[in-house]
Design a protein around this ligand. Structure first.
Ligand code: CA
Length: 224
């Protein structure tokens, strides 16, 4: 599937990551310190870099900054310490694409990686499948059970926001930003109304939604 460089000095975590991502079908190599990461990260052919922040010789932030300055555009997921909110923001400022806090849940990390790899594939050939649904981003086509389904532009943008979310909970505000743009005034009730319609078109049954799940008090989450 993808070639992934894992940068982590703690051998047991590096091993766990490498095993886990290999099981997903990825080809994984490990670098053990910041200097090695800076060198190997520049090699061509990586689809993604998982970069721990706490590293010997050079920390993950520095590696990230260095790679971006050198023109490396490979998606980077930072592994940050849970308690440091500032670290996450700093990481994204330095050009990381996403972060996962330690101790991380392997399932969450896999979902984030999938989402990033999809995003990196870009509009070109992005095809997402879940349940009976197939989404072809570039052609704005959605099929359920092989049948073309007619979505409005808003429903389609909402669906893409969900499939690219990596299983993260999205608030109504975030959905407005992603589907409408942040300079538009849209009520939260309007978001809910579009989601009701979207669910009617893509969810397998009329009862409990399986893919676009409500998270009480927070928003919605996408489950594949
Ligand atoms: Ca470390």
């Amino acid at each position: 599937m993808a070639r992934i460089l894992v940068v982590e000095d703690e051998a047991d975590i590096a091993m766990l990551l490498a095993d886990d991502l290999s099981m997903e079908g990825h080809q994984v190599e490990v670098a053990r310190d910041g200097q090695e990461a800076g060198q190997r990260g520049r090699e061509s052919g990586w689809d993604l870099i998982v970069l721990d922040v706490m590293l010997p010789k050079k920390d993950g932030f520095e590696v990230c900054r260095e790679l971006r300055r050198a023109g490396v555009r490979t998606p980077i997921v930072l592994l940050t310490a849970k308690s440091h909110e500032a670290e996450k923001i700093m990481g994204l400022d330095l050009g990381a694409d996403d972060y996962v806090t330690k101790p991380f849940n392997p399932r969450e990390l896999r979902a984030r990686i999938r989402a990033l790899l999809r995003r990196a594939e870009g509009g070109a050939g992005e095809v997402v499948r879940f349940g009976a649904v197939e989404v072809q981003a570039a052609r704005a086509e959605v099929r359920v059970g092989g049948r073309l389904v007619d979505l409005t532009a808003m429903e389609f943008k909402l669906l893409l926001a969900f499939t690219r979310s990596g299983g993260r909970v999205l608030s109504r505000d975030q959905l407005i930003d992603l589907a409408w743009g942040s300079d538009t005034y849209v009520t939260e009730r309007a978001v809910d109304a579009h989601i009701v319609n979207l669910r009617r078109k893509i969810e397998p049954g009329a009862g409990e939604p399986r893919h676009i799940v409500s998270v009480r008090g927070l928003g919605y989450r996408f489950d594949e």
